[in-house]
Structure formats: C-alpha cells, structure tokens
Design a protein around this ligand. Structure first.
Ligand SMILES: [Zn+2]
Length: 265
C-alpha cells in the first residue's frame, strides 16, 4: 500500500467525484502498480481534459512530465493541469491533448451547439437518438472528436480526443470549443456559411435559375436575393435572407468579433 497525492488545477476540480470535492489535494491509497491515467480517472476527471501531469520532487517545486501510461508504483505527488497547460511550465514537455481538431461528433443533448458549430462551418456529426455505442462508432470510424457533457462516456477506453462543454449556453459552448481546440488561430480552421445546419453537408453556390423551381412558392425571395447556396447532401437551399442578420450577429458573438462584423463570404 502506498499513497498518491493529486492536486487538480484550473477548473479540473469541478470534475471530481462528489465525495472528493472541497479539498485542494486528493489522497489515494493504491495497492498495486496503476497507470497514472487510471489513478486520475478514478477521481472522476476524464483524461481528455488533462493536458499535463507533473510528478513533483521532494521539494514540491520542480518535477517531470508523465505520459498517461506511466505506471505509478511508489508514493508520489502529482499536479494535474487542464488544457491549455501553462506555457511556462516544463515548456519542453509535450502536451497530452491535441489542438486543431476540427471534426466533431456531438451527443444527442448538444443539438443547438451542433447547429452553431455547423454555422461556423465546422464538420459536426449529430444523431439526436444515438446511444453511446453509436456515438463511439461514429467517433472511431470517422476520426471525430467527441463532444459530450457525459463525463463517464469521456472516460471510455477508446475515447482519445474529447471535450466536456462547461456552459449550458450553446453560444458559450461554441466559444469554448473554438478556444479549447485553438481554432481561432490564423488562418482560422473553419469557414462560416459553408455547411448545412440541418445535415452537416457542404454548401455550394448555385445560380438563381437552379432554384427557381424549388422556391416557386417564395417569389419575393427570388426577386430580392441573388446569392443562393444548396446543400450537396440534402438539397436544402440557403440565401442571405431575413434570418441572415441574426445569424451574422451570432457568428460574431461566437468568434468574439466586434458587433456588426460581417463575415459572410
Ligand atoms: Zn443538408
């Protein structure tokens, strides 16, 4: 039997199991050699939320970075950091989580976030009624990053890349995803107005003649608008119509752009 002390930094304490909350440092007694990933997840913190694990030396002031598979077999003090880990902390140590992920699978409770991410142009798969095995199947087959507030699901052994949105507000969730995966870096990793909000298909510009029949019941639209796009998957037609102002404002808020910025191509 040996003791492991874990200090969870940033907002990671919010993931701790209820019985462990309220203390800065969690002490675990281990009876056998255990991967540090399993020691952390036993506390309730999904490994996909951990960017850096530092084993502190006896002085508690310096240390070395550990991989998830590191076997803990002796007393140790660990400091665990969320994404992004402080850049000045062991700057030579590789971070455990990837940046730049731009393909997602969202669980059935994140339908509004899904539409927001698609509005941004981010490739986001979604099936409202998908159960956990189906979510994991899509994630694996299509190499997508899992978005879910189900922490237990994020701890599944086959989940390598994932994120738990903290906020309940879908716009803030979208901002969280942009920040977490550093998608606002230049050039941006996404193109607003490029995906169908309904099915995630890519949009393609089409001439007015191509939509006359489909929009026969909307003569005012045909008269006043000339820039049409059609989903290459489901055929839905988009134009810069009455909702575009609201959507443009939403896009600006999600990207933290100045109000009134028009980012439509
Ligand atoms: Zn579509």
């Amino acid at each position: 039997m040996f003791l492991v002390d874990l200090t969870f930094c940033g907002d990671l304490p919010g993931f701790l199991r209820r019985s462990l909350r309220g203390t800065a440092t969690v002490r675990r007694a281990l009876g056998e050699k255990t991967a540090v990933k399993d020691v952390i997840e036993a506390c309730g913190v999904p490994h996909v939320e951990v960017d850096l694990i530092v084993a502190l030396d006896a002085t508690g002031t310096a240390g070395r970075a550990l991989e998830f598979a590191f076997p803990v077999d002796a007393p140790v003090t660990l400091a665990i950091f969320p994404v992004p880990a402080p850049p000045d902390l062991l700057p030579g140590a590789p971070r455990l989580q990837p940046r730049g992920c731009a393909r997602f699978i969202a669980d059935g409770h994140l339908g509004t976030l899904t539409r927001h991410l698609r509005l941004l142009g981010l490739d986001t798969a979604y099936e409202r009624d998908a159960d956990d095995p189906r979510l994991l199947e899509i994630m694996t087959q299509e190499h997508r990053t899992l978005l879910t507030r189900d922490r237990r699901l994020l701890m599944h052994a086959i989940v390598h890349h994932g994120y738990c949105p903290r906020s309940h507000d879908p716009e803030e969730q979208a901002r969280e995803v942009l920040r977490r995966f550093e998608l606002m870096s230049q050039p941006p990793r996404f193109a607003p107005w490029s995906r169908c909000l309904r099915c995630n298909g890519l949009l393609r510009s089409v001439p007015r003649q191509a939509v006359i029949e489909a929009l026969a019941q909307e003569p005012r639209t045909l008269r006043y608008y000339g820039d049409f796009r059609r989903c290459t998957e489901c055929g839905r037609i988009y134009w810069h119509g009455s909702h575009a102002g609201q959507l443009s404002a939403r896009l600006a808020r999600m990207q933290c752009l100045p109000t009134g910025t028009r980012d439509r191509k």
